[in-house]
Structure formats: structure tokens, C-alpha cells
Design a protein around this ligand. Sequence first.
Ligand SMILES: [Zn+2]
Length: 196
Amino acid sequence: MISLDAKLVILVALMALAACCRAGWAKSGRTLQTEEQLAGLRADAQTPARIAGLRAACDYLLKMSDDELWDFVPPPDLPRCLNVRFGVGCPVHGAEIFKVGGHYPWKLDPAQPFKVTCPVGGETYPTNDFAAYYKAGRKEKLDTRQPYVDDGYGWVNEKGERFWFVGYYVFWQRWRKEVLPGISNLARLYLLTGDK
Ligand SMILES: [Zn+2]
């Protein structure tokens, strides 16, 4: 048991510590690489090829405006899902989809954002335009019991089973293939070129 006096001492010490942590203590220069390491890296014969490869990988991100980039990163309340529905698969073709496409069978295409395509029948879900709904701020109330309508929290069939079409795209395509590698590629590109 800590006495009241001891608690007061700890509180005052914490307040003093917090008061010390001003912006002036923030990072003010490079800390992960030394200038010598960076100079060596930039002089490396392989670096022009590395820069070209990185530019190609994140060209679509470099073309976006700040607002577009901001909207590109899904907000934390938009679920990320490993599968559309474990054990069930496709609403039409069921578990057949796992025989054709393995554990994570749905086809994804950045040209069709937030859509997933079944590798068995080639049909695409959801039926609503989630990209437009997302852009408009997800304010409208969608009826997710209508055939294959997904508001980000899945479509629910007549048995009450939820299918996470949008969540699957958000996890595998947007986060795993675009946002996370994009951050890494842009950081490396900046390191090699110094181009803000
Ligand atoms: Zn299907």
C-alpha cells in the first residue's frame, strides 16, 4: 500500500517530467542512418536502379494529392477481414471457392476498389458502389439485407450469416498491398533521393 504522501510525491514528479517534455525535445535531425552511411548509399552503383524500381512501385501514390492520400488510408473504424466468411466461402458457390483459390481465394483489382471477384463464377461483390459511399463519408443508411449490399460491415444473408466483401478488400488489397508497402517504398525513395 502506498501512502498518500508518497502518491503526492509521485504525482508532482510526473507533472514535473511532463512539463519538461516540450516540443524542443522533439527529434530535430536524422537518427536512423548517419550522414556517412547515407552518402555511401547514394553513391552506390545500384542506387539509380533502386530509385527507378521504387518510383515505379509507388508511382500511383506520387500522383495523388494530399487530400487523395488522406482518403486513401482507411479509417480505423473500417473493418479489416482475413476472409469473406470462414468455412462458408462464396454466397453462390459456397466452399467450392476454396478448392479453386485456396485459403484466400477472392480476386482483387485496384481498378475496382472495394470489390471482390469469385474465382469460380467470376461474379463480383458487393453490388453497391462502396467507393462512392466511402467518398461521401458513409453517412447514408444502407440496407445490407438487400442482395450483396455491404456498408463496410458486411452483407447478411437470410440465415443471418455475414459476408465481409469490403473488409476483405480493405485488409488484403488496401492495407497489405497498397498502404503498408507504400509507406515503406516512399520512405526508402525519400532516403535515396532527398526529394520531399
Ligand atoms: Zn461465387
